[in-house]
Design a protein around this ligand. Structure first.
Ligand code: FES
Length: 153
């Protein structure tokens, strides 16, 4: 495949790249930018492990071609903390044990941040609905809801 130019900003850093048009944002992040915090669970839009923000909105990076984010700002789990200071949602997940094995956690946290930011954290039901695209095989759901409710309040 012929490579095409791609300009994007990831966690505040501008990148000028040359990529094959078939590369997903998920593979670009993990394999070319070494940002392996974003996880590949299913690779077809079912699990949410690959969730990142593009211009502030959450997307499944496995379903997004990297070329689609040309000129945009991407935030991954690595971009949430400020230096040594974790994002409040990261602190809340620790406090409430919002994970067990941790594989889904980066995607859960990226969705959770978007949930609060977009105003979908007004009730347990609303949170569960918004978070329904993020699967946790350990079943940490009640604790994830508690963490989101703490950040919301
Ligand atoms: Fe993207 Fe599962 S890896 S939704």
């Amino acid at each position: 495949f012929e490579k095409l130019p791609l300009n994007l900003t990831v966690n505040g850093t501008a990148h000028k790249l040359s990529i094959e048009p078939r590369v997903t944002l998920l593979d670009l992040l993990r394999e070319q930018l070494d940002l392996t915090g974003t996880k590949k669970g299913c690779d077809y839009g079912q699990c949410g492990a690959c969730t990142v923000h593009v211009d502030g909105h959450r997307v499944n990076s496995c379903l997004t071609l990297a070329m689609m984010v040309d000129g945009k700002k991407v935030t991954t789990i690595e971009g949430l903390a400020k230096g040594d200071q974790l994002h409040p949602m990261q602190e809340a997940f620790i406090k409430h044990d919002g994970f067990q094995c941790g594989y889904c956690t980066p995607g859960q946290i990226m969705s959770a941040v978007a949930c609060v930011r977009e105003g979908h954290a007004n009730s347990e039901g609303e949170i569960r609905e918004y978070m329904s695209g993020n699967i946790c095989r350990c079943g940490a759901y009640p604790n994830i809801v508690n963490a989101i409710q703490e950040v919301k309040n």
